[in-house]
Design a protein around this ligand. Structure first.
Ligand SMILES: Cc1ncc(COP(=O)(O)O)c(C=O)c1O
Length: 352
């Protein structure tokens, strides 16, 4: 697939410099077609009968396999969820933390992780988002290190597998800004979350939780999908592997749409996305104050003197879509494998 062919998959790119995959990725025609076909099928064939149920279960399994391949996991280490937030909640509840336990996180986490951390009975220790500060915050009471692989604020990448190896403390990696953006894997980690709607360009309300050892996490909120059979008193035989943690049903359209999205990525996705981010930094470097992390990613953040909300709104009116980071005075640009030089030049010209 050439770059021009890849871009032509995304109708939104014809008009808009769409630079906000960190919130929602652009939708591609095959993804929308898969969603629509699923809905049509349900409309005319109904949503019942053994073939319908079995086909849905097979699609779920195929999707777990595709997501496992994406992040270097086994199929039975993957649970489908509706989001990263959902996945973080499953981990935090399942670890059965108690008052006096500690979780180390950073100052730069999204509420999708912070919410579940704050709801746990453990003490949350907040460190600066750099490896030394995280290491220094770990004590004998630390039960979990929970941070992003790529920070949603500055785009900095954290070496989470190295932190795991250095401390021996289990790591929950928030993969919302890494999976699909950079070559993110679950290697050396305990838990990795996936947001389907962001860099993977999948449909809304899709995601996953990858669990290195599903047997060691307690299932606290079982859904119908958690069991193979159950008793009148609610006792049940769990489904094997991580899928017991799956919170709910997905339509066949949504399953097919995320599968279609996973098949979109060209072999050169990573190089192209990294180069687009580099180009973005080069173009903006003379115009604004860039935040350049030591280990950058596909997110590019810069400071503005005006209200960032107003800057983002002005860019939006000019069909350039980016977002602000609340409370930081930052505007954030997401560069994907579909991002063209023209998109970035439009951003620079509109900022000027
Ligand atoms: C780092 C990070 N974590 C979590 C989330 C929430 O993701 P989701 O909507 O999939 O729960 C976001 C969303 O922007 C994010 O940037």
């Amino acid at each position: 697939m050439t770059f021009e062919e890849a871009r032509a998959l995304f109708p939104v790119l014809e008009r808009i410099a769409y630079l906000n995959a960190g919130t929602f990725g652009p939708l591609a025609r095959p993804v929308a077609d898969a969603l629509a076909a699923g809905l049509e099928r349900d409309l005319y064939e109904g949503r019942s009968g053994r073939p319908y149920f079995e086909a849905t279960m097979e699609l779920r399994d195929e999707l777990r396999g595709a997501l496992a391949d994406l992040v270097g996991a086994e199929r039975d280490q993957v649970a489908l969820t509706s989001s990263t937030t959902d996945a973080c909640g499953i981990v935090l509840r399942g670890l059965e933390l108690a008052p006096g336990d500690e979780i180390v996180t950073t100052t730069d986490e999204h509420f999708g992780l912070l919410g579940p951390l704050g709801a746990s009975p453990a003490d949350v220790v907040v460190a600066a988002p750099d490896p030394d500060a995280i290491l220094a915050a770990v004590t004998p009471r630390t039960r979990l290190i929970a941070t992003s692989q790529v920070l949603w604020t500055t785009g900095a990448t954290l070496p989470l597998a190295e932190l795991r190896a250095a401390t021996g403390v289990p790591v929950l990696a928030d993969g919302a800004q890494s999976v699909g953006a950079v070559p993110a894997t679950v290697d050396g980690l305990d838990f990795l979350t996936v947001s389907g709607q962001k860099w993977l360009c999948g449909p809304d309300s899709t995601g996953a939780l990858v669990i290195a050892d599903p047997e060691r996490l307690r299932l606290v909120s079982p859904s119908f999908l958690a069991q193979r059979r159950h008793e009148p008193d609610g006792a049940y035989e769990p489904t094997p592997g991580a899928r017991r943690f799956e919170p709910g049903w997905w339509s066949q359209g949504a399953l097919r749409a995320l599968l279609a999205a996973l098949e979109l990525r060209p072999t050169w996705w990573h190089e192209r996305a990294a180069a687009a981010a580099e180009r973005c930094r080069a173009l903006l470097g003379t115009l604004v104050e860039l935040v350049v992390p030591e280990t950058p990613s596909t997110l590019v953040a810069f400071r503005v003197e005006d209200d960032p909300v107003a800057v983002v709104a002005r860019l939006h009116e000019a069909d350039v879509h980016v977002r602000e980071i609340p409370g930081r005075g930052l505007v954030r640009v997401s560069c994907g494998w579909w991002t063209s030089d023209e998109d970035l030049e439009r951003l620079a010209a509109t900022l000027h």
